[in-house]
Design a protein around this ligand. Sequence first.
Ligand SMILES: O=C(O)[C@@H](CO)OP(=O)(O)O
Length: 230
Amino acid sequence: MGSLVLVRHGQSRWNLENRFTGWWDVDLTAAGEEEARRAGRHLADAGATPDVVFTSVLRRAVRSANLVLDELGRAWIPVERHWRLNERHYGGLTGLDKAETEARHGREQFLAWRRGYATPPPPIEPGSEFDVRQDPRYAGFGRDIVPATECLADVVARMVPYWQDRIAPEVLAGREVLVVAHGNSLRALIKHLEGISDEDIPALEIPTGVPLVYELDGALEVKDKRVLEG
Ligand SMILES: O=C(O)[C@@H](CO)OP(=O)(O)O
């Protein structure tokens, strides 16, 4: 059966500035670019030869995917970019400083918004400078797919059909599949793959630029998982 490699994009400008990011399209920092290249080198050392790459439509993931593939000498493989792999939409928290938000609303509310499975942040204000509803990259979907906010359960609901329709068939066809995405879209995918409960998922943190290599069987059950770091 095929294999599946998951990589969270390298450090972004707002990871560095500790701001809620979501669907806002910030770029990588120089350190983030290097994290992505290092992920590529780890994969090269492990003998990875991805056949196809899936990523989001946000540049921190798109550029990380390209940097990983450059290191592997495989910039030529087919790529599919899709909003369903985007980061979780952080609603009205988008752009805010995480430490200031915690100080203002208290740790319990902050953690519920940030890691609670079914607690969406307040919706983004229409016309907010961080409202991406008019962004042309979402115009082709024929309906208003840009959410006003999302909790992790919402990300699972929009990501799992994409996994089932587009990614899993590649794995089942025996291909090496690379997915370069985001902390919360990968958290949603890993929850689904590993059967992690709603109660346990808040504890799962995914580091930037560290490849997670899964071997799956014909029923898409996880047979092996390796973390390539060091
Ligand atoms: O701000 C975000 O979009 C995400 C990922 O960086 O943050 P968090 O890890 O707090 O969910």
